[in-house]
Each structure stands twice: as C-alpha cells, then as structure tokens.
Write a protein that binds this ligand. Structure first.
Ligand SMILES: Cc1ncc(C[n+]2csc(CCOP(=O)(O)OP(=O)(O)O)c2C)c(N)n1
Length: 348
C-alpha cells in the first residue's frame, strides 16, 4: 500500500480569521517555550524540559481536528499540545515551577501536564507509553458507548518500542477509534531514525497492521490540519484507527542537557528555513489573508499572556510538607451537601 501524500493543494479555503487563529496558537507555543528555556537556565524550572520549538504546526494543525470529547495523549514534549487544547499558560507555568497552582499541583512538572476536564491525558515520560493509554481510552469510549476518539501523539523513536506494535495491532484488530499522530523529527535523542530502523517509512509500518496511513509535511500547519481532519473523520466514521506521520524537526536540543553532537549545524539551519511560523506568515500575507501588522500584534498578546503566567507561577505556593503522602491512595469522595444543608454519603 502506498502512503497517501497530502499537499497544500488539498487544503480547504482559509479565512483571515482562521489564519490569524492558527498563527496565534503557534506564536503562543513558541513564546511560552522560549520563556521556559530562560527560566530553566535561571533554575526557576527544574527537572527535565523538552522544547517543541520548530514543531508547532503539528500540535496546532492536529488539534483543529479534535473535538472536546476526544481524549488527547501526548509525550513529554507536550507544552504546546496542552496550551492549544485549552490549558492556561498559567496552569502550565505554575506546574513547571512545581507550584500547587499548577495543573497537577506541581507534582508532575514539564513532562506530566494533565487535565481530565480537558480530556488531556498527559504528558508521558515513557517513550511509547502513551500509545497503549490511547488504545485503552478509545476502547473505554467504545465499550461505554461514549462519543469521541483518542488522538495519540508520539515521536518516531516510539516505533522501536514493543508498545507501538502491540498498540497498532490491538487498535486495528478491535477497530478502535484512535488517530495515531507520529511526530517524526528524525532523531530520538541522539539517534537518527535510519541508524536504528531497517524500515524508515513509518506509514508502511502502520499499514503492515492494516491501518490506513498518510504522510504530511509537518512544517505546514494548513497541510497538517487538512490531513488530520481527513484522518479524524475516517476514525469517527467507525472504520477503526488511522495513522498520520507528520514530518517535522526540532530546532532546539532534545532537552536542556544535550550537546547536539549527532547532527550538523547546517542541517538545523536548513530546517529553520522552513520555520512553520515564518513560512505561514509569508504565505498568508502573499494571499492577503494576514496583514503586515498581524504577527506583531499577536506576538505582543502572547508576550503579555506568558508574562502574566510567569507572575502567577512566581506568586504561587509550594505544597505543604504535610501533604507529602496525599494522593498515594485515592481520597474518599466528599459527602454531597443538599440545598437544605443536609449531607448524604457518597453513592459509590
Ligand atoms: C521506554 C523509554 N526508553 C528510553 C527513554 C529515554 N528517552 C527519553 S526521550 C527519548 C527519545 C525519544 O524520541 P522520539 O520518540 O522520537 O521523540 P522526540 O523526543 O524526538 O520528540 C529517549 C530514548 C524513555 N524515556 N523511555
């Protein structure tokens, strides 16, 4: 089976409002992460920090195809996915600071952003670890007859994991509603894909499990949006999982501890020429869908939003030490209080 290639020509018409919206989301991610990198060097943010800079078009394009009821699963490079899904920059920043106003009370940090109300199921530090979670979430929706699909982001490094193959197999065998989104940025830490895989055509791997697959240029937000929308529609139609490979590149190191000895500077510069934000602005301006002032305005808005988030995180509080063992076991539900002030025991 040939992997379907999508291109810009396939894209539906874009309105100026939509162009602005997509740009706004990509700029928000970029500014959040650039600020996070600064804060990391100041030791305000500790632990690991993996930046998504260069890959923004993937999260923004795919999230356009997702609905609120869909379950989203991402990797440890997930600040952008969480932000675009609707988590506030404040909750993200406070979480990265380790403050209890963060989305996980500061217990998860950068790699474990999570919000059940947003159906955002992480943030996962284990390479490939999100894949079986997404299959389980899709299965739960199917068994409980609930609407929604699972959308699972993972890096190309995950295809070397057994969990990838187990997840592909079960999702296909049981025809589960999962959209698998492989963010192929060519390197798994310092290991290039062609140094670790005999088959580097990732769509072929999915197709070997009878999962329809497409490959799209991941530096182009409109192409990603169109490809993800097609794939998500097919999943929603009930024909089982779909696989979308987005070919992208991270401009920064793998994490904040990486001397980047495994790739040439010239290669990085070459990919920077395809910056998803700059190329989108140029194209949309050429098509009169964005004004010359749009980027500047959106940059200012994003800068303000991120500075407010930093202030929020700075002003945040540490969890008290007495809470150290809290949540080791689930807490009993608080008794319900009726309108007449009477309490009743929890029902389950
Ligand atoms: C099971 C497992 N093995 C190894 C690691 C260490 N590790 C962290 S990130 C990473 C590279 C993963 O690369 P990829 O899946 O392509 O995602 P990317 O970092 O490029 O977004 C590795 C090997 C891990 N976290 N989990």
């Amino acid at each position: 089976m040939e992997a379907e290639q999508t291109s810009n020509q396939d894209r539906p018409p874009v309105t100026p409002e939509h162009a602005r919206y997509l740009l706004r989301q990509m700029v928000r991610i970029r500014r959040l992460e650039e600020r996070a990198a600064e804060l990391y060097t100041q030791e305000k943010i500790r632990g690991f920090l993996h930046l998504y800079i260069g890959e923004e078009a993937v999260a923004v394009g795919v999230m356009e195809a997702a609905r609120p009821e869909d379950a989203i699963v991402a990797t440890y490079r997930e600040h952008g996915h969480a932000l675009v899904r609707g988590m506030s920059a404040r909750a993200i920043m406070a979480e990265m600071y380790g403050k209890q106003e963060g989305c996980c009370r500061g217990r998860g940090g950068s790699m474990h952003l999570f919000d059940r109300d947003l159906n955002f199921y992480g943030g996962n530090a284990i390479v490939g670890g999100g894949l079986p979670l997404s299959v389980g979430l899709a299965m739960a929706r199917t068994m409980q007859d609930e609407p929604g699909i699972a959308v699972c982001f993972f890096g190309e490094g995950a295809v070397a994991e057994g969990e990838f193959h187990e997840s592909m197999n079960l999702a296909a065998l049981w025809q589960l509603p999962v959209l698998f989104v492989c963010e192929n940025n060519l390197y798994a830490m310092g290991t290039a894909l062609d140094r670790s895989e005999s088959q580097t055509d990732l769509a072929t791997k999915a197709e070997s499990y009878n999962i329809p697959a497409a490959t799209v240029g991941g530096m182009d937000v409109l192409a990603v949006e169109a490809a993800a929308t097609n794939a998500a529609e097919a999943v929603r139609a009930g024909s089982g999982p779909q696989f979308l490979e987005c070919q992208t590149y991270r401009f920064r190191a793998h994490s904040m501890f990486d001397p980047e000895l495994y790739r040439d500077k010239a290669e990085v510069e070459d990919w920077k020429e395809r910056d998803p934000i700059a190329t989108f602005v140029d194209r949309m301006q050429a098509e009169n869908l964005l004004d010359a002032s749009d980027r500047e305005e959106l940059e200012q808005e994003a800068a303000q939003e991120i500075e407010e988030a930093v202030t929020f995180a700075e002003d945040g509080t540490w969890e008290p030490v007495e809470d150290l063992t809290r949540f080791v076991y689930s807490e009993p539900e608080a008794p319900a209080v009726s309108s007449d002030g009477q309490t009743s025991p929890p029902t389950s």
